[in-house]
Design a protein around this ligand. Structure first.
Ligand code: G3P
Length: 216
C-alpha cells in the first residue's frame, strides 16, 4: 500500500521522505490555509521533494472554471495530480484531464456509487473520506470494502486512496482490505511506529548492555 502525507508542511514532508515513508502528498484548501503559504509556491516546493503524485485541489465549482485552474496547476510540475470534487462538473473535468494524460484525484467521496462514477470518468485516484464518514455515523471501512469489491468486479484501474485517516486502525484496516493508497497526517504516519513492547525491549537491552561495561 502506498502512503501519501496529507499535509502542506514542508518540514514534515522532508522528514517522512528522508525515512522513505511516503510515496506522494495530498493537499486541500484547508491544509494550504493552515500552512500559511502561497498555494502555487508551496505546491512547487512539495513537487520537488517527492517524486510521486502531489494532489492540488481546484476551488471552482463549474467545469470551465475547474479547467482554467487545472491548467495553471498542472504547469507547476509533472507530478501534480489535479484534485476535483465528486460532482458532475468535477467528473467532467476528470474525464477531460485524464484523457489528456493528467493525473486526477476525485475527492470528497462518501458512497460506493460515487466511487463507481469516478472510475467511469477515468479517475487516477478516488478519495473516500473514512474519518468524516465515521464522524457522521457511517462505517468508513465498509465503504472501502465495497469500493474494493466493485472495482475488482470490473477491473477498474482507479486507485482507492483512503483519506481522512485519523489513526492506526484506519491504516491497518485499509491495508487488510487492499486499498491502493492511504493518505494521513504526518503524526498518524509516524505514530504507526509506536509500540509499548518495543520501548520496553530497548529499555531492557540498554540496561543489560550497561552492565557489560562495553562500548561499540
Ligand atoms: O485530504 C482530505 C482529507 O484527508 C481530510 O481529512 O481529517 O480533515 O477529515 P480530515
Amino acid at each position: 500500500m502506498k502512503f501519501f502525507a496529507d499535509t502542506a508542511e514542508i518540514e514534515d514532508i522532508k522528514d517522512l521522505a528522508a525515512i522513505g515513508l511516503i510515496d506522494g502528498v495530498t493537499t486541500n484548501p484547508s491544509l494550504i490555509m493552515k500552512s500559511g503559504r502561497d498555494f502555487i509556491e508551496v505546491t512547487k516546493e512539495i513537487c520537488g521533494i517527492v517524486a510521486g503524485p502531489v494532489s492540488a485541489e481546484v476551488v471552482a465549482l463549474d467545469h470551465a472554471g475547474m479547467m482554467v485552474e487545472a491548467e495553471k496547476l498542472r504547469k507547476i510540475a509533472d507530478n501534480v495530480c489535479i484534485k476535483v470534487p465528486l460532482t458532475l462538473d468535477g467528473l467532467k473535468t476528470c474525464k477531460a484531464l485524464t484523457s489528456d494524460g493528467t493525473m486526477v484525484n476525485v475527492t470528497l467521496c462518501f458512497s460506493a456509487n460515487q466511487a463507481l462514477l469516478a472510475a467511469k470518468a477515468g479517475a487516477t485516484f478516488v478519495s473516500p473520506f473514512v474519518g468524516r464518514h465515521d464522524d457522521n455515523g457511517f462505517d468508513g471501512m465498509q465503504l472501502i470494502s465495497d469500493i474494493r469489491m466493485i472495482y475488482d468486479n470490473y477491473d477498474f484501474e482507479t486507485e482507492i486512496l483512503v483519506a481522512s485517516v485519523r489513526h492506526g486502525v484506519h491504516v491497518l484496516e485499509a491495508a487488510k482490505i487492499g486499498a491502493d493508497v492511504m493518505t494521513a497526517p504526518p503524526s498518524v504516519i509516524k505514530g504507526l511506529v509506536k509500540h509499548v513492547l518495543t520501548d520496553k525491549g530497548i529499555e531492557g537491552f540498554l540496561a543489560d548492555w550497561a552492565k557489560t561495561g562495553q562500548s561499540i
